[in-house]
Each structure stands twice: as C-alpha cells, then as structure tokens.
Design a protein around this ligand. Structure first.
Ligand SMILES: Cc1cc2nc3c(=O)[nH]c(=O)nc-3n(C[C@H](O)[C@H](O)[C@H](O)COP(=O)(O)OP(=O)(O)OC[C@H]3O[C@@H](n4cnc5c(N)ncnc54)[C@H](O)[C@@H]3O)c2cc1C
Length: 508
C-alpha cells in the first residue's frame, strides 16, 4: 500500500470515516479561496479533527509517512494560505468551543476554530468584547486564522491587530511527537492564562502571523474588555483630494483624541466615486465629491467625555473638510445620528469596498505604512499603476487604496489591490502583476499582514530579509518541524537546504 493510503487508513481509524475524505467533490470544494490568481489546488485528503490530542496523533502519522500538512480555519484567506496541492488539509472548524469566559479577570479561553461572529455574539451578551473584532470576513473567519494572519479589522484603530489581544495559545507542533505546548501565562501549569509575558521568552510571538508555518493553533487565550457604552459616528469630506492633508489630519486625530478613536477610516475619492456609481438607492440630487471621506467612530465611558471628543474632532476637521453623510450618495446608509454599532456593520463594512466592481475579485495588497508615509506611498502606487498599465489583466482596476485605516501609534493600514477575473486565462498575468506590486510595497517599507503564499513569497522576492534572518527563521522552524511538513511553499521555503535568495527578483 502506498504511504498516502496507509496514512489515510490510520487517520480514518483515529477519527472515523465521517471526518476524513479523499472524495473529488470534497477536494474540489476545498480547492480555492477568494484568490483569483491561484489555480484550483487539491489536497490528497481533508481531515476534520475535534481535539488537540487528535491533531497530535495526525501529526505523528504525517511525520511517519512524510506527508505535508496545511491548517485551515474559515478559509476566508485571500492570498493562497489555506489551500494545498497534495498532502493533508486540516480543517479546524469543528474545534469551536468557548471553554471559559472569565468576567472577573477579563480573559477567555476558546478553541481556534471558532468564528469571530460566534465568539463576539456570546461576549456581547455579557457586556464584553475582544476590542478588535477580527477581519471583515468575521462571520466565517476563525480566531486561529486571525492570529495566524496578524489580522487587522474593525476596532484596530484602538485595539491593534489580533495578536495584540492574545495572551497565549495552545499549539500542536509539527514535530514527530506532535508535542502539545501552551504559551504565555498558560506555560505555567499552575497559572490561569490571564497575561502573556513573564513565564518564559514570549513564545506566543513565534506563532503570531506565522501563516500556519510554525504550529497548529488549537486554543487561544484572549484579552477581554468591558463594552464601551457610548459611541458616536461622524463623516467628513475633505475639500480637496490631497493626501498630505489626509496624513496631517490622521496625525492630529491620533495626537489629540487618542484612545477615544475606536475606528478611523478614510475612503479615497476614487473609491467613493466608484461606490457612488454603483449604489442601488441613489438620492435624486447627489453632492459633488471633492475629496476623501473620513469616517470617525468614537467611544467613551461617559457621554460628557464623548461629547468633548466629538467637539475635538470637529475642531480638527473644520479647516479642511465639511461634515458629510453617506446618504448624500447612498440612501441605504443610516445617518450618523441614527448609526448603531452591530456585528453586521463591523463585518459587512468592508465588503462594499473590497470588490468595488463585482463580479471581479481582488488580488489584495493590504499593508501598513507609517502615517507620514501616506502621501509618498500614494504617489509611488499610482506611478506604478500608470507605468505598468498594459501589464494588468484585461479589464482590471488597480486602486492605491479602497480604504485607509488608522492603527494604534503611528500606523495606518492601506487596504487595496487590483481586481481580476476568476478565469484560467488571467491567472498567470494576475499572479505576475500581483507579486510585482507587492515587491514595490515591500521595497518602499510597507509591512503586510496576511502573508499566505502570495505575499510571503513576494517579500522574499523583494530581498527584504537578510541572510542572517533567513537562517534564524529556518533554524526556528527546524526546531519545531524537523521533517519540513507544515505549510511548505510559504516564504518560498521548500526545504531547509534550499537557498531562498535564488527567488530574489531585480526589477528592470
Ligand atoms: C470579504 C473579506 C474581508 C476580509 N477582511 C479582512 C480584514 O479586514 N482584515 C484581515 O486581516 N483580513 C481580512 N480578510 C482575509 C481573511 O479573511 C482574514 O485574514 C482571516 O483572519 C482569515 O481567517 P480564516 O479563519 O478564514 O483563516 P484561513 O483562511 O483558514 O487561514 C489563514 C491562514 O492562517 C493559517 N491558519 C488558519 N487557522 C490556523 C490554525 N488554527 N493554526 C495555524 N494556522 C492556521 C492558514 O494556514 C492560512 O495560512 C478578508 C477576507 C474576505 C474574503
């Protein structure tokens, strides 16, 4: 019997035939995500374990037969991270329990396969929140995916990226023993998982943003916050399309209003124009769009503080912008005064802008830059698009940003990319341009977050890592994954002996 068949039989013996499959229609169903540049990729088998112990045994079998593995949460990845050509695809969504919500000590213990939507609904019922609410895809994306992709999303302006709320994880290492370890305070078997640092070096960090290369996260310990009772939402339209002003205003908001800012989004003029042309419920008379729209959500523990913050924001914006309402272009969006925060708002907010021209889908290039870099980055990005306009897939639109959002300290996320058709004829061109644009961003100092395959490989191609760093990365991975089985291909790493620098691409 070939090794694959033997491994299949052993895993089937472990999980029962209901939770493992090699049927074609199932492989096809798991063969791609929302990433048009990738071809369909079929795993050899899809397994759906329910506990860390089962995963540990699967890992031992994979090591015995030298079969590669890729972890998958909600499969809402956009960059080729949670699919695999061959090997075992580990679907973690059966691991969706909330073990403990500690209302007194403000942390929770959950399984990695639970979705953000399910967890946050539970927490909100108790007046609690994780602050950052995971990605725009949070109704289907999981906590494990958010930690592995260093996800930024709703609430990130105040609470940071998902790893910032992580107090530790339980991980199955891909080594031949399938070791199960806990990090953070949970590494002390006598302690509750209420804090991250102090028991040992911060090994939690080893698994954050690793895109499933260092271990399989099975549990997460997350910070909780009481829900902040008072919230206000305001929109402003800049008087002109000026990214120097965008950068200056973001800086002033960050400096003056600080933690009162829950979410600050800037929707560029071009995105607003596209959205305005597509909305279903248009007003009879529409306002002339002159510049980017600022969407500012404030929160406070007391209504008086909230009112002061609204005044502060008005004051900062008054010289260069006017108060705006989305109803000036789209009657379906509530007026600011009627706005209510709910999960539908948090998770559907991005969708209108992520695929501005349906039915195409996006080759996303979301990345972080310092506030002060925005004007320069906007210029470089449009110069790139103009210089390469004939190389993009036919009919595609490339946008510097569909949304820019503010993060803690001087960070900003630029959500952007270009769209392409999900057809075989466009895949090669899309992939080529996608990597080329990502390399540009890496070289101007942009820092991405959901790295998957497309972005992690582009960072290597841009020659961003030093030789010493690559060696360190390989040494760390080898310590947990000596047979090199977990998520091969990411970071252009195909074996420990391979010279990654051969993938560096010098631009013309
Ligand atoms: C409409 C839409 C909106 C989006 N908005 C955002 C956004 O605002 N911000 C953002 O960051 N992303 C966004 N994304 C991308 C993506 O959904 C997120 O990054 C999300 O966190 C992925 O979670 P997931 O559970 O779907 O992970 P998957 O797609 O299943 O996996 C993502 C990566 O993590 C690894 N992984 C998953 N689970 C584990 C685990 N338990 N252990 C180890 N590795 C694991 C996988 O191997 C893969 O590399 C969006 C996608 C869509 C389609």
């Amino acid at each position: 019997m070939a090794s694959l068949d033997k491994a299949y039989k052993e895993i089937e013996g472990l999980l029962g035939s209901k939770y493992i499959t090699e049927k074609d229609f199932m492989k096809a169903a798991y063969s791609r995500n929302v990433d048009p540049a990738f071809p369909d990729r079929w795993a050899d088998m899809i397994v759906r374990p329910v506990s860390s112990e089962e995963i540990s045994e699967i890992v031992q079998i994979a090591n015995k037969f030298k079969i590669s593995m890729v972890p998958r949460g909600g499969g809402a990845d956009l960059v080729g991270g949670s699919v695999t050509q061959g090997g075992i695809l580990l679907d973690l969504t059966r691991m969706n329990n909330v073990f403990h919500i500690d209302e007194e000590n403000f942390y929770c213990e959950v399984e990695a396969g639970i979705t953000w939507g399910a967890l946050i609904s539970k927490l909100n019922g108790k007046g609690l929140t994780t602050g950052v609410l995971g990605p725009g895809s949070g109704f289907s994306a999981t906590i494990g995916g958010g930690l592995s992709n260093s996800t930024a999303g709703f609430g990130s302006t105040k609470y940071g990226v998902v790893p910032d709320i992580c107090l530790g994880v339980e991980v199955v290492l891909p080594n031949p023993q399938g070791s199960i370890i806990r990090t953070g305070a949970a590494a002390n078997k006598f302690a509750e998982p209420f804090c991250r640092y102090g028991v040992a070096p911060d090994f939690t960090g080893l698994f954050m943003g690793d895109v499933g290369t260092m271990g399989i996260k099975t549990k997460a310990f997350l910070k909780l916050f009481p829900m902040t009772p008072f919230k206000a939402h305001r929109y402003y339209m800049l008087n002109k399309n000026d990214y120097n002003k965008v950068s200056e205003l973001l800086y002033r908001l960050r400096k003056k209003v600080r933690d009162g800012l829950r979410d600050v989004f800037v929707v560029p003029l071009v995105t607003m124009q596209l959205v305005a042309s597509m909305v279903e419920n248009k007003p009879l008379k529409r306002s002339r769009l002159k510049g980017p729209i600022f969407s500012v959500i404030l929160e406070a523990t007391d209504e008086r503080i909230l009112n002061i913050m609204v005044e502060q924001v008005d004051d900062i914006m008054k010289e260069d912008a006017r108060g705006f309402e989305m109803q000036e272009v789209d009657l379906d969006v509530p007026l600011s005064k009627d706005w209510k925060f709910n999960l539908k708002y948090a998770y559907n907010y991005f969708n209108k802008y992520i695929s501005v021209a349906p039915p195409k889908i996006s080759c996303t290039t979301c990345h972080k830059v310092p506030i002060s870099a925005i004007p320069e980055v906007a210029k470089k990005s449009s110069q790139f698009d103009i210089a390469n306009r004939n190389e993009f897939p036919v009919g595609s639109i490339s946008l510097f940003a569909t949304v820019i959002f503010l993060m803690p300290n001087g960070n900003c996320v630029i959500v952007g990319g270009f769209n392409a058709d999900n057809i075989d004829e466009q895949r090669e061109t899309s992939m080529k341009m996608w990597h080329k644009k990502l390399r540009l961003q890496v070289r101007y100092g942009g820092v991405h977050y959901w790295l998957g395959e497309a972005i992690s490989q582009s960072i290597v191609e841009a020659d961003a890592y030093t030789t010493d760093f690559i060696q360190f990365f390989k040494d760390m991975k080898k310590a947990v994954d000596p047979n090199f089985l977990l998520s091969p291909n990411k970071f252009h790493m195909y074996s420990y002996d391979d010279d990654i620098s051969r993938h560096v691409i010098k631009e013309d």
